[in-house]
Design a protein around this ligand. Structure first.
Ligand code: H2U
Ligand code: ZN
Length: 343
């Protein structure tokens, strides 16, 4: 059905992606060798995230047993910022930006990633993301809380110790701002949340869904840009992490583990990605238009070493993909459900 060049519309960002399915057949002359499995010790004396070890600035981590949260020692945003002198010219606009940056370790174990934790431990990770968001939402200066995980050296992650980050700031950043405008406009027009309408269609079609449970669905979005991009969507119009019920948190943990097991099993490596939640802004208003969701953006394309780059046409014109969302979904859905290291 989708075997000729076409473009697809992303209704969440209101941007287009170019899809060129015929190009997936072209020969690949770049490197395709498999990287050896990256062995990690359970504890690394030189890791700044392992329990008891020293971080930048001379602080020692506690001997933590579960998750562990601390203020980023190299925070990109600071709680208090001074007003800055404004340029009078409208082409030189600045605004002060304040915020909070935290690092959240998933486990004291240096060698375990999200899919290798127990379900209870994974649920603790969802709980800490929710609790942290709830606490930061109490600060009226914070407009938006971005929870994200950068995983793997290919994504520029500095440390294999399983961890995520929170950057919370006084202005809504670009991507959530686009999604806010699109979801609000759709809700005004249709009186239903955009993502719940989208999900209902996908549930009927089934061809892009990779896993689901009672409270969440994981799918390769119709408008995906990254080869094995995944979106995890809530089944009701719950707009933020703190608003999730405990059963939903557990269901989310379960689905996150299914998605990341599929990822790791795809090339039998610890699969790199950037993952982040998109939740409603912190503006004391109801957000009936907003459906909590997470995006997984993984860079790998054909093997452990062949990665997609946003260069050339994509950097200058628009994103483009070769393998269709439908083919990527089938590949992810048909993988073994047990993590390759446990088989
Ligand atoms: P990555 O997830 O992209 O690897 O980032 C890890 C974060 O850990 C990074 O934001 C912080 C860096 O500022 N960090 C500390 O807070 N303390 C340290 O001692 C080293 C790194
Ligand atoms: Zn460590």
């Amino acid at each position: 059905m989708f075997d000729t060049p076409h473009r697809r519309f992303n209704p969440l960002t209101r941007e287009w992606v170019l899809v060129s399915p015929h190009r997936a057949k072209r020969p690949w002359q770049g490197q395709v060798s498999k990287v050896p499995a990256d062995f990690q010790p359970t504890y690394d004396p030189s890791c700044y995230l392992c329990p008891g070890n020293e971080r930048a600035g001379g602080v020692n981590n506690p001997d933590y047993k579960g998750t562990f949260t601390f203020d980023n020692d190299f925070a990109a945003l600071l709680p208090e910022v001074e007003q800055i002198a404004q340029e009078a010219h409208p082409l030189f606009v600045t605004e002060p930006e304040s915020g909070i940056c935290r690092v959240i370790c998933f486990s004291p174990r240096h060698d375990l990633t999200l899919p290798q934790l127990s379900l209870d431990e994974a649920e603790q990770v969802i709980n800490i993301w929710s609790d942290q968001t709830e606490e930061i939402f109490k600060n009226p200066k914070i407009a938006y809380v971005q929870v994200f995980e950068n995983k793997g050296a290919q994504m520029g992650c500095s440390n294999p110790h399983p961890h995520s980050q929170i950057w919370a700031q006084s202005r809504i950043p670009n991507e959530p701002e686009k999604e806010l405008a699109a979801q609000k406009a759709y809700f005004m027009e249709n009186h239903r949340p955009l993502l719940l309408d989208y999900l209902a269609e996908e549930q009927q079609r089934q061809d892009r869904i990779i896993a689901s449970n009672k409270h969440f669905t994981a799918l390769v979005p119709f408008w995906a840009i990254w080869p094995f991009e995944v979106m995890v969507v809530a089944h009701r119009a719950v707009s933020s992490l703190p608003a999730l019920l405990q059963v939903e948190r557990r269901a989310l943990a379960e689905l996150f583990q299914q998605v990341t097991i599929a990822y790791d099993n795809l090339f039998e490596i610890s699969f790199p990605y950037s993952m982040g939640f998109h939740q409603s802004p912190n503006d004391q208003q109801a957000h009936p238009e907003w459906v909590l969701h997470a995006h997984f953006y993984p860079p790998l394309l054909r093997s452990a070493t062949v990665k997609k780059f946003m260069v050339g046409y994509e950097l200058l014109a628009m994103p483009q993909r070769d393998i269709t969302a439908e083919i990527a979904a089938v590949r992810l859905r048909d993988l073994p459900k047990i993590h390759y290291t446990k088989r």
